[in-house]
Design a protein around this ligand. Sequence first.
Ligand SMILES: [Zn+2]
Length: 96
Amino acid sequence: MCPVCRARFRGTSVCSRCGADLTVLMTLAAAAWRLRQAARQALAAGEFAHARDLAAQAQHICSTPAGKGLEGLGAWLSGSLFGPSGKVELREEAIS
Ligand SMILES: [Zn+2]
């Protein structure tokens, strides 16, 4: 999305509606894409914590719903959603 006029981002370096220079935006989006590619490769290699870290970096640069899912998948597979013990902890008040 164009940060000036909020027109849909069409992958060009100049906004088709307002003419704003989107080069920096494209550079950041490409950097996030490369990080997500690396995260997918890390997932395939079984390096789940590394995948989660790469996906989290990508989200800081350029957040997308799919990127959030990738980060969540890496976090789940690496066990970091369940605390350092790797177990789901139930609290008494949650089950009573
Ligand atoms: Zn624009």
